[in-house]
Design a binder for this molecule. Structure first.
Ligand SMILES: Cc1cc2nc3c(=O)[nH]c(=O)nc-3n(C[C@H](O)[C@H](O)[C@H](O)COP(=O)(O)O)c2cc1C
Length: 348
């Protein structure tokens, strides 16, 4: 194995280990969903048993508007985790992402840690994943198409992790040429391109540039959940960059602002960043997300209660969201998005 490849695997291991602790959460900043309340509808006529969450995601029918966010691959431990997450995704019939596939550029040893997702979740949308630094640096579209082909991906996710790269040991905080290369990929790849942050959020101005580059989906991955600058600070075992621990735009703000771009652009909006409860998920949907996504809570639930735990967690959230829809008079998700939230300070 090359030094680079070994370093990547070691990094993946440390990420998994650290993300099983709450130490990596944002310290002060919140995702902002707590600042909203649902408007109770005393005269609701919604029939609970008629609510369906079935929707389409990049051409495939899914049972819940929920995505198991991109997490891992490229290390020994990753194969088992991805295998189990994929079984949960298949049972729930929801999309799932793989973690960064950069390791495939380096060597073939860990190919199965990615392939196992498609193997265990044959029918659901599966998302490939690669970092902005690679997209900026690697000119050959063929290499990115290879990432798609290996896992028969339905879309390729590019993660934009500027703050993480800045603090990561041997990180690559150089995205020069990113937008041009994203444009090339959106024009040439056989599947759509989705962009995501990793926990510092996407502004409306950045979203507009990315949509102009042709992306078909934006996952805001806003601040308030897992802090990836925090993860790297802990890995570095010193306090360099500590002022960036809570850097980023809250998830609720990103969703609200980017939703407005739907007036002029057609795209899928994914709300994420600290979606750790049914209430968070419901508010993210009510603010305009087409889908919600979670990462770290899924990993910790898998660790504690295995595949069943993940299935129960997500199906349980959507049982609660049904009740929220009943109480807000929302027959479907479209109605849940229509003026069902109020800022809490307006209530008093
Ligand atoms: C263990 C772990 C590994 C991750 N690795 C990746 C990755 O390789 N690519 C990526 O796009 N995001 C990655 N993420 C970021 C998540 O997809 C997500 O955007 C971020 O953690 C915020 O969501 P959360 O607050 O629900 O954890 C990872 C998250 C976790 C917990």
């Amino acid at each position: 194995m090359s030094d680079n490849s070994e370093e990547i695997s070691e990094r993946k291991r440390e990420h998994l280990e650290l993300c099983l602790t709450d130490e990596v959460a944002f310290k002060q900043k919140k995702n902002g969903f707590d600042y909203y309340d649902f408007i109770h509808n005393a005269a609701t006529e919604v029939e609970l048993n008629k609510i369906s969450f079935q929707t389409k995601f990049f051409g495939k029918k899914i049972s819940y508007p929920f995505l198991i966010s991109c997490m891992t691959g490229g290390a020994d431990e990753a194969e088992n985790i991805n295998a189990k997450l994929a079984v949960a995704a298949a049972k729930l019939n929801v999309p799932i992402g793989v973690g960064s596939q950069r390791q495939i550029f380096e060597n073939k040893t860990f190919k199965n840690s990615y392939k196992v997702i498609r193997k265990n979740a044959a029918g659901v949308p599966v998302l490939g994943n690669i970092g902005a630094a690679q997209v900026a640096a690697v000119k050959s579209v063929k290499r990115f198409q290879q990432l798609v082909n290996v896992i028969e991906a339905d879309a390729l996710v590019i993660h934009l992790n500027a703050a993480q790269e800045l603090l990561q040991k041997n990180g690559e905080p150089n995205f020069k040429g990113l937008l041009d290369n994203i444009t090339r990929l959106t024009k040439t790849l056989t599947v759509p391109v989705i962009v995501k942050e990793v926990g510092t959020g996407v502004s409306s101005a950045a979203a507009k540039k990315l949509l102009d580059a042709g992306v078909a989906g934006i996952d805001v991955a806003g601040a308030g959940g897992t802090s990836w600058t925090g993860v790297e600070i802990l890995r570095n075992k010193n306090t360099d960059g500590i002022e960036f621990w809570d850097w980023g735009l809250p998830a609720s703000y990103c969703i609200k602002e980017i939703f407005k771009l739907k007036r002029n652009y057609k795209f899928t909006l994914i709300g994420s960043g600290g979606i750790n409860s049914a209430m968070d998920a419901a508010k993210a949907l009510a603010l305009g997300s087409d889908l919600v996504a979670s990462a770290r809570i899924i990993l910790t639930e898998l660790h504690k209660n295995d595949i069943e735990g993940v299935i129960n967690l997500i199906s349980g959230w959507f049982d609660t969201i049904k009740k929220i829809m009943f109480l807000t008079g929302s027959k479907n998700l479209k109605q849940l998005r229509k003026n069902k939230l109020i800022k809490k300070d307006l209530l008093f």
